[in-house]
Design a protein around this ligand. Structure first.
Ligand code: OAD
Length: 255
């Protein structure tokens, strides 16, 4: 997609406050599966819900630890895609930009750290990881973060209290980090433009953010492969791959 409604380009050029919410679709072109894709290989027999929950960890901590270790390894091999870099550039062009993500892969941070733009622009922007970050590991008992641990075939233990370590991600049934969620709601409510990118809009409270923005008068733009429950309420649906649509949109608005 390279043609965009002129009104959308004008709104983005004038916008002082923009918020973007991303989901697994934004990382799909980096080679990471979305949530609603089937799992493959050894893990095909499990649904994410069977692995990403406190109950699953209590039932079989080693299985859950190994699943996240495999995903951490896979994520280390992949790179941000053009959509991640386009959002990093938007973050440096819009006076008040907030990036809100449901993804735990850390690819937005990686794009920000490696994008050329960030070296030349002092404007920085918050990256709100609603569901945590798989690269971070903390103690399931005392909550202490661990930068390193011993892989001895068992679930590694906390150096402080001896509790089992777990990924610093939000599991099904767990609540989101409160301050992160509050910052995301505030960013949505005060945004003039809200972009919803690569998310099926099925999981709360993230799925409510575009509606909160719309209720406060924001222009809502959806960038997704297919329509979602948000589509009929969005002002624009830019149907396509985020790794293609976002760079083209950046080009049309700012370059
Ligand atoms: P989903 O897998 O539910 O949705 C991904 C969306 O991205 C779908 O609507 C796809 O059509 C779309 N999509 C796929 N590839 C795309 C691409 N290249 N460009 C644009 N869109 C693309 O993933 P999420 O919406 O992120 O929660 O799922 C939300 C949450 O559900 C996850 O964060 C996770 C899961 O339960 C937790 O882990 C707590």
């Amino acid at each position: 997609m390279t043609e965009f409604p002129d009104i959308l380009l004008q709104v983005l050029r004038r916008a002082e406050r923009v918020a973007a919410l991303t989901g697994a679709g934004a990382s799909q072109e980096s080679g990471l599966r979305t949530f609603r894709d089937a799992q493959t290989g050894l893990w095909a027999q499990y649904k994410p819900e069977d692995l990403a929950s406190p109950e699953a960890f209590a039932r079989n901590p080693k299985l859950v630890w190994d699943w996240y270790a495999m995903r951490r390894e896979k994520i280390r091999e992949v790179q941000p895609n053009a959509g991640h870099y386009a959002l990093a550039e938007m973050g440096h062009r819009v006076p008040h930009f907030t990036l809100i993500t449901q993804n735990v892969d850390g690819l937005h941070r990686k794009a920000e750290e490696t994008s050329q733009v960030s070296e030349t622009c002092e404007v920085s922007y918050p990256i709100l990881e609603l569901h945590g970050n798989i690269q971070r590991v903390r103690c399931a008992e005392c909550g202490m973060y661990a930068d390193a641990w011993e892989e001895n075939g068992d679930v590694p233990r906390c150096a402080g209290c001896g509790g089992m370590l777990r990924p610093d991600v939000v599991w099904f049934g767990e609540s989101l980090p409160r301050s992160t969620l509050e910052a995301a709601v505030e960013a949505a409510r005060t945004s003039q433009v809200f972009l919803s990118i690569g998310t099926s809009g099925m999981v709360q409270p993230a799925a409510a953010l575009p509606f909160a923005a719309r209720n406060k008068g924001a222009v809502v733009v959806e960038i997704n492969l297919e329509p979602t429950p948000l589509t009929e309420k969005a002002d624009f649906l830019l149907q396509g791959k985020s790794g293609e649509v976002l760079p083209a949109l950046m080009q049309a608005v700012w370059l």
